[in-house]
Design a protein around this ligand. Structure first.
Ligand code: F6R
Length: 595
């Protein structure tokens, strides 16, 4: 959700900024821009992707600069609305990630005072406010301006003739990469991997002044020290490694991702985190909160936890919980977020904390805001996920949920041993699904000709159907709906016909016969059926379905893993056949840092 970067040092800033922005593009890609300070402050921006901007921009001379890649919230994508934004005299440039709620009021005030505005975006009030309060000290002017602002922000400010950048954060992430006589700033560490593996995370309310040697951070006017962290991700992990798209690379990484996610937990079912209710009480229920794909991981988690822990589990959309969610004593909460920066999930986490509910976070990003808000954090260890559509982080979230449930399991010791053995076989089972890529690709080619698709599953595979539909929508632009298989006849049957394929997840558990009946009912309405089935069932189900995709047989509890990988590949090859921009789907951004 908008990526911002900054550089100050001895190199030409433009080259560094372009490279960092390229790595941050998954946060937004409807427009982008740069400001570089040398003998003067120069700005170049446009409603284009970063590589086009890099090709078109003149050389902006200077060793300090800021850059932005945008995901529009306020004002449509356009050259004028692209960041950086400037004050009246073109001497103060600002890049911003976040939202300024009171910008209209501030803009009216500034207009009445004679400031000139060029764009339609909230951010533009910032350089003008800084200009208004500037009395020879940029940091003080930024602090005074931010004092007037309601909303969320991560900003970097550059002023002509001043050898420093001023940064600030409230509600949006910002990280400083440390170099040798140079410093880097970015919305997240992926942008910095080429330059530094030592970072400082800014905390809420921090304002920093950064030159090429020094970093000074203040909070509420007082100096504060922020710890240096070592980044474990590598540049290679953030590259395509010969794959056509990051999404395909990340799908193929999943056997390793499962191994890595399990790697730290080699002893049978050792607890990952301590789950406790308010005040350390024993837990009698769980509450899981998340958004999007992470929410579907949470829904799978409900089935896993209820089966293995035998306690009730509630799963809610973090974006809805903020309005009226209630929590009982004895409830432990788990929040799930790949990025650790999703505004709705952070909002729900804060609300849980206000209610005195202990919160455990499952996230992929070290140093993310959620890891600092939660009482305990479990990392999914999936490595950087660049594709906007989540794949490997979903699988890693499931693995963590399985292991968490196993470590608290109430099942007998033999069943537990069987489950631990089965989870350790998952990497090879997923590899077997990947080996079927060609068959799935052909099925994707078939699916690409349709505009409406249903996904059905029952029990633990109901959320997998929802996730499969989400993947198809977001990258192939096909209207897709996930349904609990039994619910189709309560309305959606009206939409079935030869132009509406249905993808059915068939698993050998207590849902098996019911799903077969559902397939018969669907076929009777003329819809083509694609069935995802366990090995051994292909012959029986082949008589009912038009397409059969076989997955290796796994313990039913783990079927979401193999089934999800099929649906990821299916979405990928459908989107590829339709010529969609797979890694950067329209209107989306990876990290949704606004509510
Ligand atoms: C879909 C997708 C999104 C995210 C959602 C939450 O492929 O990636 O639905 O899952 O925006 O993001 P995180 O997990 O970062 O909180």
């Amino acid at each position: 959700m908008c990526g911002i970067v900054g550089y100050i040092g001895n190199r030409q800033a433009q080259d560094v900024l372009i490279n960092c922005l390229t790595r941050l593009e998954y946060r937004g890609y409807d427009s982008c821009g740069l400001a570089v300070s040398g003998s003067s402050l120069e700005v170049y921006k446009d409603a284009v992707r970063v590589n086009e901007l890099a090709g078109a921009a003149p050389q902006l001379e200077g060793t300090a600069g800021i850059g932005h890649t945008r995901w529009a919230t306020c004002g449509p994508p356009s050259q004028l609305n692209a960041h950086p934004h400037l004050d009246c005299r073109g001497r103060i440039a600002v890049v911003h990630n976040g939202i300024i709620y009171n910008f209209d009021r501030l803009k009216q005030e500034l207009l009445a005072e004679g400031h000139n505005f060029a764009a339609e975006v909230d951010t533009e009030v910032l350089p003008h406010l800084i200009e208004k309060y500037y009395r020879g000290n940029l940091e003080e002017a930024v602090a005074a301006a931010l004092h007037r602002v309601e909303g969320s922000y991560a900003i970097i400010v550059l002023k002509a003739d001043e050898p420093e950048l001023v940064v600030a954060r409230k509600g949006s992430p910002l990280v400083i990469g440390l170099g040798d006589r140079e410093n880097f700033i970015a919305s997240d560490v992926v942008a910095l991997l080429d330059y530094s593996d030592r970072v400082i995370y800014l905390e809420e309310g921090d304002i920093g002044v950064i030159n090429k040697i020094d970093i000074k951070i203040k909070r509420n006017g007082a100096d504060v020290l922020r710890k240096e962290h070592k980044i474990l991700w590598t540049v290679a992990e953030a590259q395509k490694a010969g794959y056509e798209h990051f999404m395909l690379k990340e799908i193929h990484e999943q056997p390793k991702v499962i191994r890595d996610a399990l790697g730290g937990y080699s002893q049978a079912a050792e607890p990952l985190v301590e789950l406790a209710g308010a005040g350390g009480t024993d837990i009698d229920s769980l509450l899981i909160l998340a958004c999007g794909t992470s929410y579907y991981a949470g829904m799978v988690g409900k089935y896993i936890m209820e089966e293995l822990l035998a306690i009730p589990v509630r799963v809610e959309l973090a974006s809805e919980f903020s309005y009226q969610g209630q929590v009982r004593a004895g409830t432990a909460a788990i929040v799930i977020s790949q990025s650790g920066e999703t505004a709705d999930t952070l909002g729900a986490t804060r609300r849980l904390k206000e209610k005195g509910c202990p919160v455990s976070a499952i996230t992929n990003v070290m140093g993310s805001t959620i890891s600092r808000l939660a009482d305990r954090t479990v990392y999914t260890r999936a490595g950087p996920e660049i594709s906007v559509a989540s794949t490997k982080s979903f699988i890693a979230q499931l693995v963590v949920l399985y292991w968490l449930a196993l470590s608290y399991s109430k099942v007998d010791i033999r069943r537990l041993a069987d489950l631990v053995m089965a989870i350790r076989q998952l990497p090879s089972k997923v590899q077997q699904v990947l080996d079927k890529e060609d068959a799935i690709r052909r099925c994707g080619q078939f699916l690409s000709g349709y505009e409406n698709v249903f996904f059905i599953g029952r029990g633990i595979n109901h959320p997998v159907a929802l996730e499969g539909a989400l993947k198809l929508k977001e990258i192939a632009y096909i209207h897709a709906e996930g349904y609990a298989a039994g619910e189709l006849k309560h309305g959606p049957f009206a939409l079935l016909g030869s132009d509406t394929p249905v993808i059915a997840l068939v698993v050998r558990d207590n849902t098996y016969e019911a799903v077969l009946n559902n397939i018969r009912e669907i076929r009777a309405r003329g819809s083509p059926v694609i069935a995802v089935v366990g090995q051994g069932d292909e012959a029986t189900i082949g008589q009912l379905a038009d397409w059969v995709i076989t997955v290796p047989r796994v313990e039913a509890l783990f079927s979401p893993i193999v089934n999800s990988v099929v649906l990821q590949l299916l979405a990928y090859y459908t989107a590829r056949e339709r010529g969609c921009p797979i890694d950067f789907p329209r209107n989306l951004a990876k990290s949704v840092t606004v509510e």
